[in-house]
Design a protein around this ligand. Structure first.
Ligand code: NI
Length: 170
């Protein structure tokens, strides 16, 4: 297992669309486990392969940790097949360090995908779990949460990101 480097905005890879996984073998298992370790190490609750620079449709999620026991979910080729309701909640992202903002998303979703044994999964999620899954699938499509908010707020947050980046470089 190993900790991977998390790509941060404005890294171009974050805008790219990830490709479907066609075969779940040792390489995908290792990558998924490394992604989980990387996510826990950064105290995140979700991570998409795109964020570690790999354009494959894999997401890992654990909304329990660090408050509770680890309860990881690994989803290969996730697809949202139903969504309903809406909810506005504050969101952050390991690829957008230092900023958070309110984002509107579906409250309940039904998502399909595969686990590491190639078994098909169908998961119903609500609230925070539904939010994180939607956020991570956005990453696989080259979207960040700042692409889901109004233009004025987006420009303000981009300015803040640039300022934080400059401060970090000094
Ligand atoms: Ni994110």
């Amino acid at each position: 297992m190993g900790i991977l480097k998390i790509r941060v905005w404005p890294d171009e890879v974050l805008k790219k669309k990830a490709k479907e996984v066609t075969e779940i073998g040792g390489e995908i298992v290792k990558l998924s486990q490394d992604m989980l370790e990387t996510m826990y190490n950064s105290r995140g609750i979700g991570l998409a392969a795109t964020q570690v620079g790999v354009l494959k449709r894999i997401i890992v999620i654990d909304t329990n940790y660090p408050e509770d026991q680890k309860n990881p979910l690994i989803l290969i080729n996730p697809v949202i097949v139903e969504s309903e309701g809406e909810e506005i909640m504050e969101e952050g992202c390991l690829s957008l360090p230092g900023i958070t903002t309110e984002v509107k998303r579906a409250y309940r979703i039904l998502v399909k995908g595969f686990d590491l044994d190639g078994r098909e999964l169908e998961i119903e999620a609500t609230g925070l779990n539904a939010r994180v899954i939607q956020h991570e699938i956005d990453h696989l499509n080259g979207k960040l949460f700042i692409d889901r908010i109004g233009k004025v707020r987006r420009e303000l947050l981009k300015k803040k990101l640039k300022k934080l980046k400059r401060e970090e470089e000094e």
